[in-house]
Write a protein that binds this ligand. Sequence first.
Ligand code: MNH
Length: 459
Amino acid sequence: MSLPIPQPPTIPFIGNITAIEKDVPLRSFQLLAKTYGEIYQLDLLGRKVIAVSSHALANEVSNDTRFHKRVTGGLLEVRNLTGDALFTAQDDEPNWGIAHRLLMPAFGTIAVKDMMEEMRDISNQLLLKWERFGPDAIIDPSEDFTRVALDAIAYCSMSHRLNSFYTEQQPEFTVAMGDFLAECGLRANRPRVLQAVMRGMTAKYEADIKTMRDLANQIVAARKAHPIPKHDLLDTMLNARDPKTGEAMSQKSISENLLTFLIAGHETSSGMMTFMVYFLLKNPETMRKLRAQVDEVLGERPVQYEDFAKLPYLIAVMRETLRLAATAPLRSTCPLEDTTIGGGKYAVKKGDTIVIQAWDMHRDPAVWGDDAEEFKPERMLDGKFEALPPNAWQPFGFGARACIGRAFAWQEVTLVMASVVQKFDLSLVDPSYTLEIKQTLTVKPKGLRIHASPRSAAV
Ligand code: MNH
């Protein structure tokens, strides 16, 4: 006999929608898990959602033979821009397979290693900016890391310079994308009748989609008109054929995947770097140890690919950052057949949406102990990290639908953060700042402001 899955009291027609706050939905999911435990169920405007937050349950549903990715909620709205491209394809859509087979090797560690100097070009723009602005400037790290991440993915994947560092405001494209993603999250939890009357919002949403599509189409058209002798991701998409079906990617699919890289490739990485700065500033002893290792390995020379393996403490800090701040904090899966989870305790049906709360699973005391809430990179050092239970650390998702940009993000963050720590003394503008979160599709620190003071010896 299975147990009923706990559910908060519902309101007719709207179910549990009032249990999810608009500003930071993640906060509501966390609160619900605290109240109802490792599994609970919601009715979101007629949409049944089961949420799991313990490692045991998350691990059980991380199994490609019994469950597969479900595109729902905010992600379903993102399809208005990216259709069946990699990130937003439902699991059975054939274009996912074509793009996946073509692009997996192009995003592999070896291919990404070849992007090192292009990444450095972008990273240097950040370093130069902070150097030239000097110690008194008030820096919004989230904005500058967004510039780095977006420019890096655009430059490395399609040889297109967004030049975000050369504009006072964020470029039009960046603003359109930010507004679009925030609105996708809101639309997902907005009753249809309400959506229908919000004409102004809809017009702005459609204008943002057009701004982004125009840029993608323009980049593709420019490349076709002026081919360059370079094997970047855009070249792969234009010219390679799927080894399985022999098919080429369609025009539409190429453009939607380009936009997917830009979306999936910048918010998560920039959020990660911003959280990392926050954790380092709140944990001076960690910063001291990290600085010592960076100085010892690099001295005053620029970091090289070969150095990454000599910076295990930096890697541990990155892993611990993504544990406590999984910038993609929720993902959805769904059972392939009616089944039970939790050792027969809970019945779930074929097609049900199961939300995995990576944010909370990463704090499960059963895995991380009583100090789970504390930032301790030591627990992520090589050896300990490999000995973690399966799927205990899952910031990049799971299985066939896991993050394709992981190697890219890892190299980018290692390069940028090693250089930042090497070159600057960072400090909080407001030493009493405590973490607040801004959520769109992903999460990042809100209102964090820092000073970056060039270290005289290293600059
Ligand atoms: Mn990324 C999928 C997290 C960087 C492109 N990414 C995912 C998923 C998570 C994730 C979680 C799975 C989502 C789901 O199950 O619904 N991604 C991250 C994090 C970082 C990141 C935490 C950085 C830190 N991602 C990047 C970068 C790119 C990228 C950089 C660059 C192109 N991610 C993707 C794509 C997918 C994805 C594309 C979809 C893969 C698929 O479904 O085939």
